[in-house]
Design a protein around this ligand. Structure first.
Ligand SMILES: NC(=O)c1ccc[n+]([C@@H]2O[C@H](COP(=O)([O-])OP(=O)(O)OC[C@H]3O[C@@H](n4cnc5c(N)ncnc54)[C@H](OP(=O)(O)O)[C@@H]3O)[C@@H](O)[C@H]2O)c1
Length: 325
């Protein structure tokens, strides 16, 4: 297969290019080249999609991760149904769903935002922009798959969100109190970037059509954090702390500083990391054990001292623990 990866220099699109090369495919990546390098065996065509066209084909498949509708329109002009029989795999997001509160949603049951070309710097724009990109691809390509990932984790993650937990557990002494957010029964869901990438390549190879949530198995947060500890060889004493208490102490959920990743406002976001994983599994998505993801993320952190790790600093966590009864 000749695969055009629109991206390829960072995290997921890099992992897709790497997986496709490993399967013997010819891979061309189109990116500015400012976020990183493409994997060995793939070829980078330097292009700024804001001002220039992506490489011409022919390609058997196109993989796109953008949230910029104009980039999609431009690429479809040369790889859409009028000009090419390339199958498109478009990477979207579960942020397309209107309802983030209801667990168990699927593309068949969950309504998405109206597609809209809102300014990218609007915090509410991501979902509507991705929906518009999905619509453009579905209408404009000869055939297509839309995949909406949940939280993507693993080696190379530039967000630093999941990495907080392996990083924190890696420095926990035996029995050390470690701040854990919310309720251990809260359900969470992550997908290893490499598992998602392998599946995206399979979807391109098989030209499977449809829309899927790219999500892994459901896990109570308590079990997930125990698996992180296991992967790090740590035996912490979890200090489970109610959301109200964390908010009172100015700890923020999800991301940024000072935050505790994997923690979400409940019940407003009960559905965000709790999509039904069955349709993707039935369509071939295979997920490795979380403990393997943790070990590999930690190994990557040890080789990448500048890697992003988002969350509380040690001093901030200690200050919060000191305030708890
Ligand atoms: N991380 C998560 O938890 C999560 C959750 C849900 C969905 N997703 C989705 O998963 C995908 C992640 O993709 P990703 O990891 O590859 O990261 P990304 O940040 O979405 O990918 C950006 C890629 O596009 C290229 N690019 C950006 N602007 C460009 C431009 N103007 N011209 C040409 N190329 C451009 C970048 O390369 P250069 O900068 O080198 O040009 C890079 O290779 C996205 O679709 C995201 O929305 C992620």
């Amino acid at each position: 297969m000749r695969l055009l990866v629109l991206g390829g220099t960072v995290f997921l699109s890099h992992a897709v290019a790497a997986a496709a090369v490993a399967r013997g495919h010819e891979v061309v990546c189109a990116a500015r080249g400012v976020s990183g390098r493409v994997p060995d065996g793939a070829r980078l065509e330097v292009v700024d999609r804001g001002v220039a066209q992506v490489p011409e084909g022919p390609f058997d498949a196109v993989l796109d991760v953008t949230d910029e509708p104009e980039h999609v329109r431009r690429a479809l002009a040369v790889h859409g149904r009028e000009a090419s029989d390339a199958h498109w795999v478009f990477v979207s997001t579960v942020s397309t769903y209107v309802d983030q509160a209801t667990p168990g949603q699927t593309p068949a049951t969950g309504a998405v935002h109206p597609g809209a070309d809102l300014p990218a710097d609007d915090p509410a724009a991501y979902g509507p922009r991705k929906v518009l990109c999905e619509q453009l691809v579905t209408a404009g390509a000869v055939s297509s798959t839309v995949v909406r990932p949940g939280l993507v984790v693993g080696p190379g993650d530039p967000s630093g969100r999941f990495a907080y937990w392996p990083s924190r557990l890696d420095r926990a002494a035996d029995g050390e109190p470690v701040l854990a957010p919310g309720d251990p029964a809260d359900v969470v869901q992550v997908i290893d970037v490499r598992d998602l990438a392998e599946w995206l390549v399979t979807l391109a190879e098989t030209r499977r059509t449809g829309t899927y949530d790219g999500v892994g198995p459901l896990l109570p947060l308590g079990e997930a954090l125990d698996l992180v500890a296991e992967g790090c060889g740590a035996r912490p004493t979890w200090r489970w702390t109610a959301s109200d208490d964390l908010e009172r102490l100015d700890v923020r959920p999800w991301s940024g500083l000072p935050s505790l990743p994997l923690w979400l406002p409940r019940p407003a976001y009960d559905g965000m990391l709790a999509h039904d994983p069955a349709p993707a599994a039935a369509a071939g998505l295979a997920c490795r054990p979380l403990v393997e993801t943790v070990r590999d993320t930690l190994a990557w952190l040890h080789t990448a001292p500048d890697a992003a790790v988002t969350g509380l600093t040690a001093a901030e966590e200690a200050a919060v623990l000191a305030e708890l009864p």
